[in-house]
Design a protein around this ligand. Structure first.
Ligand code: ADP
Ligand code: ZN
Length: 722
């Protein structure tokens, strides 16, 4: 209504919600995306219900007019509720959460087509090293000139030159091109009895539009995906949308193909690697309701689905669902809240559910659907520990004799091997044997990791990198640098020395950085072009290679270092997950776990297969410590480039801690990464009983304090490590 006062959440503004006046001739409703004036600037904003978010009151005479309304569907009410809940629960600014919902403001511009550039395959007449490098980096990736330049770290000018020669061609892309509609009954499988029972429960909840979280709990290869596909099919039949969250973008490619086999076309994908034009097209189709199934990374959780009928979180135990910067949130938990606001079922699928999730089942809040065994003829693999103290590898080697023998035999049978080590690069630490100098990142409390394939030392936290020097920077002696400890590249070297004829592939985020690369890896594995895969956690999930029969875990103790309360659970999940890659077809699988702590309960649980006792013991430990899921933690991270300022602010916050029974404050202590990207970090750990509304306490506590602008204070509610 013109003249009406409306409350708006303004993007990119540190201020809270602000009131505006609707000028004559403009129509808005709650959820409308509008342009609002703020000082001299014009910013995007969303119209909110006035009674939901408190704003500073402004006299009518000081109200400013809205400037315009975007030609885009409004942000639906359930998503507005989700923005409020997330901001409230995770102590974030509502505008920062809303930014995730609008995803890319370019989604809102009016253009209908755009020009995209891609390599044509035709070589330019005059080749320069820069051009050659640009073409190699760009490969088959597409994007605007600017995006291509950023992706390949090459200059705009070089790319423009290549466009002129025809080596890169411009293609006009229709931004409103519709997505194909998946077909619920394109190729339905014949489900096994347990699968049918589970699928039936999901179908019923989707059809009834009922909020209900489900834990779909089944060992790797038990056919969970086929089961939740039935929930997707039901949503498609009702014309409602589905969101499938996946933990790892590299996994999307095989998943998309599998989806297409079942539903006749690929779903809409949403992840950070999308080009601007794809992002715009997907956002519009999702908001308009035409995109029936979206498969995405955690950020897909905040998109404006018009009518969401089902949410799936696959590999729900995965740590990558926890966002650690910007708004700190856990996508698994936010997914459940979104299901509540949308009134639809939420399916958490996992072979190794988190203790928190199992606890919700025990409390009766989540319904459990169990798939007991592997689907079809496949058997679970046989797990065996190798005692690295009793049967160590040869000096300077990392693969123990028993595993060497098993690899020999496996390769002899023409089957495939996976060696798992969750460490990228060649060696985690490089030092000078003459003077003892160690290469440390100048910006972080972390060693520089040698990447021998590209001849660089790199920090895995901030990306700082340098060419590997020949001489020690400290004592200037040449050729004195030694690599300490193994990374995947070093294991690959060892494998090459032991099995010179075997074809091996390293699979990490360095080698599988795009969906196209992931697809190429899958093709090579399926085509039998790879004998030995050496990989990080990236290979532990989602893949199904029937000829892969042996898995070797190079260092099972890696995750136990640091010793926080989650270490054993995480180790269990990771090793179960990687074991799940072995023997998925007709041939049985074997897993060797190299460990120095064979007697540790987690190693025992793995080899005996007694997950239940392990979970029970871990849960008791948590109960004793009143740790999650019983008690609650929140971390307050205080950071600054100025170490003293960070420390002073952290100390001030600690001194002002309210004295409340049911709550304890530990610290400040240096945060787990004491320095990160040039900022010194201190952490206060708040421990609270469940009954306490700890967010309200922290909000009041921090709200009454101030600190210099160079200090940043972030709150991480339900932090991953405690
Ligand atoms: P999970 O998701 O539990 O690891 P998947 O759904 O990937 O298990 O199933 C494992 C394998 O078994 C896949 O190759 C899948 O295609 C196959 N499979 C599962 N259920 C069926 C079924 N009902 N009919 C045919 N193949 C199935
Ligand atoms: Zn660094």
């Amino acid at each position: 209504m013109p003249g009406e006062r409306v409350r708006c959440l303004v993007l990119n503004s540190a201020l809270g919600p602000l009131d505006y006046r609707v000028p004559a001739g403009m129509r808005v409703e709650p959820g409308s995306i509008v342009v609002a004036p703020l000082g001299p600037r014009q910013l995007l904003a969303v119209v909110w219900e006035a009674d939901r978010l408190p704003a500073e009151t402004v006299g009518d005479n000081r109200l400013r007019n809205l400037i315009g309304v975007m030609d885009a569907p409004p942000i639906p009410a359930p998503l507005r509720r989700l923005v409020e809940w997330t901001a409230d629960y995770y102590l974030a600014a509502p505008a920062a959460v809303l930014r995730m919902a609008l995803a890319s403001t370019s989604a809102l511009d009016g253009a209908k087509t755009t020009l995209e550039y891609r390599a044509s395959g035709q070589m330019p007449e005059r080749m320069t090293p820069q051009r050659e490098q640009a073409l190699a980096r760009i490969g088959d990736r597409q994007g605007s000139v600017r995006e291509l330049a950023a992706m390949g770290e090459v200059s705009d000018g070089v790319i423009r030159g290549l466009v002129k020669t025809g080596a890169i061609e411009a293609v006009e892309v229709d931004l409103d091109a519709p997505f194909s509609a998946p077909h619920a009954d394109f190729a339905p499988p014949a489900l096994a009895a347990e699968q049918t029972r589970a699928a039936e429960a999901l179908r019923e909840a989707v059809a009834a539009r009922r909020f209900q979280p489900f834990l779909l709990d089944g060992v790797t290869g038990s056919g969970k995906t086929e089961v939740y596909f039935e929930a997707v099919a039901q949503a498609i039949r009702s014309g409602r949308q589905t969101l499938v969250l996946l933990p790892e973008i590299a996994l999307t490619e095989p998943f998309l193909t599998r989806f297409a086999t079942r539903f006749g076309c690929r779903p809409v994908a949403w992840h950070s690697d999308l080009r601007q034009s794809q992002r715009r097209r997907a956002w519009r189709a999702i908001a308009g309701g035409e995109a029936l199934v979206t498969v995405g990374a955690r950020s897909a959780l905040f998109l404006p689905y018009r009518d969401l009928g089902c949410i799936i979180v696959d590999e729900a135990h995965e740590t990558s669902f926890k966002q650690e910067d910007g708004v700190h949130y856990h996508a698994r938990d936010v997914a459940v809240m979104r299901g509540l606001f949308e009134q639809c079922p939420v399916v958490l699928a996992s072979a190794t559910p988190a203790i928190e999730t199992r606890h919700q089942v025990d409390l009766g809040r989540y319904a459990e659907l169990k798939l007991p065994g592997r689907y079809g003829k496949a058997e679970l693999p046989h797990l065996e520990a190798i005692d690295m103290i009793a049967e160590p590898p040869e000096r300077g080697r990392w693969i123990a004799p028993k595993l060497v023998k098993a690899i020999d035999e496996t390769l002899g049978r023409g089957e495939q091997v996976l060696l798992f080590l969750n460490r990228r690069g060649y060696a985690p630490l490089t030092l000078c044997r003459n003077c003892g100098h160690r290469f440390q990142c100048p910006n972080c409390t972390a060693w520089m990791v040698e990447h021998r394939l590209v001849n660089r030392l790199a920090c895995h936290h901030c990306g700082h990198a340098m060419p590997t020097p020949r001489a020690c920077p400290e004592c200037h002696e040449e050729d004195t640098l030694v690599a300490c400890g193994p990374g995947v590249e070093r294991i690959a070297d060892e494998a090459a020395a032991l099995w010179p004829d075997a074809r091996s592939a390293i699979v990490t985020s360095d080698t599988l950085w795009s969906p196209a690369r992931a697809a190429e890896f899958v093709r090579a594995m399926e085509g039998g072009e790879i004998d030995i895969v050496i990989g990080t956690q990236l290979v532990t999930k989602g893949y199904h290679f029937p000829n892969l029969t042996l898995v070797g875990v190079i260092d099972a103790d890696l995750g136990l270092e640091g010793g926080d309360l989650r270490a054993a659970e995480k180790t269990f999940q990771q090793i179960m997950q990687v074991s799940g890659r072995a023997g998925r077809g007709e041939k049985p699988g074997t897993v060797y776990i190299q460990t120095h702590s064979k007697e540790a309960p987690v190693m025992q649980a793995l080899v005996t297969g007694d997950a239940e006792s392990f979970y029970a013991a871990e849960t008791e430990q948590r109960r004793d410590a009143d740790a999650p899921p019983f008690g609650r933690y929140a971390a307050i991270i205080v950071s600054s480039e100025d170490k003293d300022a960070a420390h002073a602010a952290a100390a001030k916050i600690a001194r002002a801690a309210p004295d409340i029974t049911d709550m304890m404050v530990f610290g400040p202590a240096p945060a787990p990464l004491a320095m990160l990207r040039g900022r010194h970090r201190y952490r206060l750990l708040v421990h609270a009983r469940r009954a306490l509304a700890v967010q309200d306490v922290i909000r009041d506590w921090l709200g009454a304090l101030d600190w210099p602008s160079k200090v940043r204070v972030a709150v991480d509610v339900d932090p991953y490590s405690f």
